[in-house]
Design a protein around this ligand. Sequence first.
Ligand code: ADP
Length: 422
Amino acid sequence: MEVRGYWPIVLGCALGACLAIAAVILLQGSQNTGLGVLCLILIALLFPIVGGLAIGAFRAQRQALLDEVARETALEAQVAQQRAAVDTLADGLDIAIIICDSKAIVQYANRKAEELFRFEDAIGKSILAVTISYELEQLVLNALRENRSIRTEITIPFPEEKVAVAEAWPDITGRRAFLSLYDITALRKLERIRQDFVANVSHELRTPLASIRAMAETLSDSGEDEELRGKYLVRIVEEVDRLSLISEDLLILSAAESNPVRHQRVDLADLVRSTVSQLKPKAAEVGLELNYEGPKSAIIAANAIQLTQVAANLIENAIKYTPEGKVEVSLAQDGNMVRLTVSDTGIGIGSEHQERIFERFYRVDRGRSRATGGTGLGLSIVKHIVEAHGGTVEVESELGKGTTMRVSLPVGNPNSDQDSGQ
Ligand code: ADP
């Protein structure tokens, strides 16, 4: 309170005293009327002064109060603004963040945490109830008990199995714990795919190499047996060809994986038409009809060599897995997309295999794939190239009736030569 705020009280007291004196004098009689009158004059003078000062003081108090309220409101707005900024920041993070009290009750959870554990309102619930993970609850409680940061890799069982790097640490009061979770499921899956790939490659190479070795040993012991010699030499050449095919496909796959797509102006209709023409003799050799239907031209931005590999792989597969009937290839432009369809009347693919045929080295029937010179890499090359172009590939098939492969590709901007990331 300001000093001048006391003046009205002091003057009020003086006024009261004057009033009292005046009243006593006036009530006692008229001996001291001069003093009484003086008191009344003083009262008359003091009234406006006291009133003015009181009003001034009241206004000053009111202003101070208003200023205080305004300061507090501004402070609250600032705090709310900062909180909203922190919330926005935390919600934008790719890391799940949960804050718990000393009993592992959730006080805060960001959006990523809600997505990871698929909960909506976690505040006030125990972390065990929210995450269904005993491991996480123990991590939080141990971090609080031991007053240190603990980091570990955990498996989240619910709602779907995920692997995450979890870290819990206490705040300075030791009464709250922060928990961060970084989802590494995709990373682990990628690692597993790479490990499987290396194992598959060595397996795929080992089989022909073992045959070559066994046949070479037999040949060296076979003496002058010309018939056996001829038979084994043919098989050795076949196995070597197989190895060459695998290494070629591996190189195509690795090039598709490591190089960004170099977009050029490509006439897809021309490209598909000439691939069909080149493969017609192959189809005719096994008694199959191979037809193409499509526009005269379909200009898109793409990599011509890679799209030729896509069309050739799909048509060759259709020929390989169709004992009789026909293979139809068609192209259609639909707005900003072009669709390449390869349909056959072949053996078809069981629904349980349809999702897996795009995996590297996956074959429905290993023996048949081997007999037709397959490497098990054709469709994974197709998928990789198509996705690197921003497109999709789908399969529709019925066992014994046939298969349809549909590739959708964006037209892009055919007039600009440019690199695009994969
Ligand atoms: P492969 O070299 O064995 O043909 P791909 O990766 O091209 O390998 O195909 C994977 C598997 O998908 C093949 O082994 C085959 O079982 C199946 N497949 C692919 N295309 C067809 C098709 N048109 N009809 C039937 N099965 C197919």
